[in-house]
Design a protein around this ligand. Structure first.
Ligand SMILES: NC(=O)c1ccc[n+]([C@@H]2O[C@H](COP(=O)([O-])OP(=O)(O)OC[C@H]3O[C@@H](n4cnc5c(N)ncnc54)[C@H](O)[C@@H]3O)[C@@H](O)[C@H]2O)c1
Length: 334
């Protein structure tokens, strides 16, 4: 599916974090739609190291790339020698997805080094090659601010959100200093869809609840889940935003979401309809203080400046995702 008339064939495309969820989907998007594009995935891939929260330090997984025919570089964006391997190419487009994506990592130093310092290096590559840069920002830049979340009003409440907030500021400054460069930040809200499985318990609630239901277990939600809302966005709409970001009316940070909040309860209910179960719901108390109760992105600028048009309601996205949820159920996550 071509989202605009840009021809990526014969273009050289760098996808950092290309073994992760969004990056690997982008990789296959280009391979399938633009078979003559030259795609380079740069990712550190996962090893056995874990953060104190028990989660893996990185989620890149080779299984997300089975079938990929382009170049793969296993490298760490924090390592200058690894980044130097990118000097063999001249990029037309850079999709910078690599990051510590786990919002519950509180080691500020490693988050800032990985998400922020490396951004300077990638922008320098974009400048050297005159490449267009699309990078992943996040709804976490807004913290617990009330909806609608609007670019220009940020209040990050964890190191991850702060790192993305600083990336957005770096991008703004870099855009001013380099007016010929296109730099677009995409603030993804709650993304779900194929190739997120290896994010384990940081994957979306859609797949986690889907697998609970397939295990025959009653889906477990926080008390009051009919009043906890998120702006969920299906991966295909994220791909659309990434492609449309390659033809921006204006550099900047843009929300990527549907603009329509849906409740946790609705997620569980739609899954039960799709999976043809009637297990009810089990509730437990929310262990998190200051939990965000409602996200709803203001996407007007994304519509106006990128031409973004979300196509997937929660019902349609979950319906499209079901075959993959079924296929992965019970499969090895290691
Ligand atoms: N999935 C979401 O809901 C969501 C929401 C908001 C923002 N984002 C952002 O979108 C981007 C992609 O997210 P995702 O969901 O695909 O996460 P992901 O964890 O699946 O992908 C990130 C990739 O970066 C790689 N990586 C991590 N540290 C690295 C390092 N030091 N060097 C090289 N590679 C490294 C990982 O191995 C992984 O493959 C991230 O920047 C994330 O912060 C995602």
């Amino acid at each position: 599916m071509a989202y605009n008339n840009i021809n990526f064939n014969y273009k050289t495309i760098l996808i950092t974090g290309g073994a992760g969820f969004i990056g690997s989907n982008l990789t296959f998007y280009f391979q399938e739609n633009f078979p003559n594009s030259k795609i380079i995935v740069f990712d550190c891939f996962r090893n056995n190291e874990i953060f104190p929260n028990g989660n893996l330090k990185s989620f890149g997984h080779y299984k997300n790339l089975i079938g990929f025919k382009g170049d793969v570089i296993c490298g760490n964006i924090n390592n200058q020698l690894d980044l130097a391997l990118l000097g063999d190419y001249k990029f037309d487009y850079i999709f910078h997805q690599a990051a510590i994506s786990d919002t519950r990592v509180y080691d500020q130093e490693i988050i800032m080094k990985t998400n922020v310092n490396s951004f300077h290096d990638l922008l320098a590559i974009a400048k050297k090659d005159s490449a267009l840069m699309v990078y992943a920002s996040s709804a976490a830049t807004y913290g617990n601010l009330p909806s609608p979340q609007t670019v220009g009003k940020e209040n990050p409440e964890n190191p991850y959100g702060f790192s993305k907030y600083i990336m957005d500021q770096i991008a703004t400054r870099y855009s001013k200093e380099n007016p010929d460069l296109s730099i677009v930040g995409l603030r993804f809200f709650n993304v779900y869809g194929p190739r997120e499985y290896y994010k384990a318990n940081t994957s979306s609630m859609v797949i986690q609840l889907g697998h609970q239901i397939l295990d025959g277990k009653i889906p477990r939600l926080f008390n009051g889940s009919d009043q906890i809302f998120r702006d969920f966005i299906y991966i295909d709409d994220v791909l659309q935003a990434c492609i449309k970001a390659c033809n921006p009316k204006q550099n900047g940070s843009y929300n990527v979401a549907t603009g329509i909040p849906r409740s946790f309860q609705e997620v569980a209910d739609i899954l039960q309809i799709e999976l043809d179960t009637d297990l009810g719901t089990e509730y437990f108390s929310n262990p998190y203080d200051g939990y965000q109760m409602n996200t709803q992105a203001d996407i007007l600028n994304t519509i106006n400046n990128l031409g973004f048009e979300p196509k997937f309601s929660l019902e349609k996205g979950i319906n499209a995702y079901i075959p993959e949820i079924l296929r992965l159920h019970g499969t090895d996550i290691s």
